[in-house]
Design a protein around this ligand. Structure first.
Ligand SMILES: *Cc1c(COP(=O)(O)O)cnc(C)c1O
Length: 229
């Protein structure tokens, strides 16, 4: 078995265990394999081990991997910061975008989504850690941003995403993820959005995220290894 295949099994076992502890069905959490900075070989190894859904942060890098894995039926999610002038490649080639942090991105992605493709599935990224430097809208901006997304004909609003400030403290991890879950409840009640997706949890904190209701965890390092800068 390849290293990536055994890493993938270990991550799936962590997710299954976290689900068991939380009284959740293991199928209720999807694994997004974050292959950013890793070459196509890594994607191929994970795909051979059964992984179908991959996350990327750089559109050009992702396009290369998409081209060389065409025919494998892989699904690609864009998860990185997105400049307004770089939306076209994302609108044309990805199935999901997790990192919508302003209305202008939603407008451009919808306008550039090719006719004939299904709507782009999107999450609104929220900063739940109150750090000025981190991307994501402020929690109090999320309602307006969700409204801006649902007004777009070629986008489908699926949920919320967050990248909390990293911490080893499990209680602090859970508190941050809990804030995203609570925000989803508030948005459901005040505006009636469905929001079936909570995209939260990475290699170091996926257990806390699953405990707080994550439906997609985004895992890179634990599958592919340490990224070298
Ligand atoms: C890189 C990245 C991940 C994966 O992080 P790991 O710690 O390597 O698991 C998840 N989400 C986003 C948005 C990322 O950029």
């Amino acid at each position: 078995m390849s290293v990536i295949a055994s890493n993938l099994q270990a991550v799936l076992a962590r997710i299954a265990n976290a689900c068991r502890l939380a009284g959740r069905a293991p199928e209720s959490v999807g694994l997004l394999a974050v292959s950013k900075t890793w070459p196509t070989d890594g994607v191929l190894a994970a795909a051979a081990a059964g992984q179908r859904v991959f996350g990327e942060s750089y559109a050009q890098e992702a396009l290369t991997k998409m081209t060389s894995t065409r025919g494998l039926g892989l699904e690609w999610h864009f998860i990185g910061p997105l400049q307004s002038n770089k939306t076209r490649a994302v609108a044309e080639h990805f199935a999901w975008v997790h990192s919508i942090d302003r209305a202008k991105l939603a407008e451009r992605l919808s306008a550039q989504r090719p006719a004939g493709l299904p709507p782009l599935q999107v999450c609104v990224q929220v900063n739940v850690s109150n750090e000025a430097s981190k991307s994501g809208c402020r929690p109090e901006e999320a309602l307006a941003l969700c409204r801006a997304v649902v007004a777009q004909p070629n986008l489908s609003l699926r949920g919320l995403m967050t990248i909390p400030q990293p911490t080893d403290n499990v209680a602090a991890q859970r508190a941050a993820f809990g804030r995203l879950r609570q925000l989803r409840e508030d948005l459901r009640q005040t505006a009636g959005f469905e929001l079936d997706t909570l995209s939260m949890g990475m290699s170091d904190d996926l257990e806390a995220a699953v405990a707080e209701g994550a439906t997609i965890v985004r895992v890179g390092t634990a599958i592919f290894g340490e990224r070298t800068p």
